[in-house]
Design a protein around this ligand. Structure first.
Ligand SMILES: NC(=O)c1ccc[n+]([C@@H]2O[C@H](COP(=O)([O-])OP(=O)(O)OC[C@H]3O[C@@H](n4cnc5c(N)ncnc54)[C@H](O)[C@@H]3O)[C@@H](O)[C@H]2O)c1
Ligand SMILES: [Zn+2]
Length: 365
């Protein structure tokens, strides 16, 4: 088993990664929260159908009471209304301040459950069992939780670290192909921002990775989690370093918003965002053409990306209204080498527009 420690100012916890760890989930959860007498699994129907029983069976010889509550599936239910409805269900189940929530699902279930844990009875403990690739390498680690408002994504939330994260690559067997590929881009991102070995691994083992070969998956997930754990360990609340996790996300978020979240999965938009950032970096001489081309080729090698058809000007306007602008300036995470990035606030409008034009023609090929 691979065990990675996450050490933030507020909490130390482990991310345990192993094929079939879900079968023994209760044992590891018990170690992390020895005093718990009541667990409530939060999930959605499709995820429960695939993996709920295995999780519940692992508790068969545990004395604790284990309940399951469901939220509707999908990003559009990542809302305050869902949190309120789940809270009411917790009250009905007589969950008290010692109850422990278990998020079984992708980033949506994880973000909602973490936020619920941060406010139910002024805060209870929770455990993450991520079931999408994106959630396994990214959203389940680091303690960002929250929900969307009509006005925008993730506008309400809290920092709330879990007690434990259990990652079972086996659960990805049932994940749709497009969701899987989209998640892989977060690993590619981890490679570019901090760990060249991830990047090289993805270059050299494309077939195995796409075939979800267990050993390749385990390695890739673990190395990606290490990057995330390291970054959030140094900067839990995104005052500085944590911003590097936004590589590809500046333009990625703008593309998602401009297409009203209907065209791209998150990772797909980030993939185009990374291509744009590489083009901008090369244009501004922050990196060499060779490095930029290597990044672009790797993104495209994992592709099958939806076309970019938004107007460059429209994307630029979105950037200026992003909540992550720094003192009114759009910040970009730009690659300087594989494994190294810089934060730039001096990217001229012209460079962004040019990169967007390039994306449009590249994506038509
Ligand atoms: N907290 C963070 O730091 C952070 C980081 C990145 C993303 N996020 C958030 O994560 C969310 C996206 O998460 P996601 O990509 O996991 O999407 P998701 O949670 O909506 O899951 C995608 C789909 O896959 C299905 N699914 C999940 N696991 C499955 C499995 N094992 N087998 C079959 N189907 C399965 C789900 O039912 C869902 O329909 C966004 O809301 C985003 O804001 C949060
Ligand atoms: Zn992301």
């Amino acid at each position: 088993m691979i065990s990675i420690q996450v050490k933030t100012r507020t909490k130390f916890y482990s991310v345990l990664i192993e094929q079939e760890i879900l079968r023994s989930a209760a044992t590891y959860i018990r170690d992390a929260v020895p005093d718990a007498k009541h667990f409530v699994v939060v999930t959605s129907a499709p995820i429960r159908k695939h993996w709920g029983k295995m999780l519940l069976d692992s508790f068969s010889s545990d004395e604790a009471k284990v309940d399951v509550i469901e939220m509707p599936d999908g990003e559009r239910y990542k809302t305050m209304a869902t949190v309120e409805s789940l809270s009411n269900q917790l009250v009905k189940l007589q969950a008290d301040r010692k109850a422990v929530l278990i998020a079984l699902g992708g980033g949506v279930v994880g973000d909602v459950t973490g936020f619920l844990a941060s406010i139910y009875m002024r805060g209870i403990r929770f455990v993450q069992i991520p079931t999408t690739y994106l959630a396994q390498v990214d959203s389940s680690v680091g303690g960002k939780t929250g929900v969307n408002l009509k006005a925008g994504k993730n506008l309400v939330g809290a920092f709330k670290q879990p007690e434990l994260v259990l990652v079972d690559p086996q659960v990805l067997d049932t994940l749709p192909e497009r969701e899987y590929r989209s998640g892989l881009y977060e690993s590619l991102k981890a490679g570019v921002i901090q760990n060249a070995r991830i990047f090289e691994f993805m270059e050299q083992n494309r077939t195995e990775v796409l075939a979800r070969h267990p050993a390749s998956l385990e390695w890739l997930i673990a190395e990606s989690v290490r990057v995330k754990a390291d970054v959030v360990g140094q900067d839990e609340e995104e005052h500085g370093l944590r911003k590097i996790l936004n590589f590809g996300h500046t333009i990625g978020h703008a593309l998602e918003a401009e297409t009203t979240y209907k065209t791209f999965l998150h990772g797909e938009a980030v993939a185009w965002g990374m291509v744009a950032a590489a083009m901008i970096a090369a244009g501004m001489h922050k990196t060499s053409l060779t490095i930029a081309e290597r990044i672009i080729s790797l993104v495209l090698a994992y592709a099958g990306l939806p076309q970019v058809s938004s107007r460059p000007k429209a994307i630029f306007r979105r950037l200026a209204s992003d909540k992550k602008t720094l003192g009114g300036k759009v910040h970009f995470i730009l690659p300087c080498d594989i494994g190294q990035v810089v934060i730039a606030t001096d990217v001229p409008e012209k460079a962004v527009l040019h990169a967007m034009e390039e994306l449009r023609s590249l994506s038509k090929r």
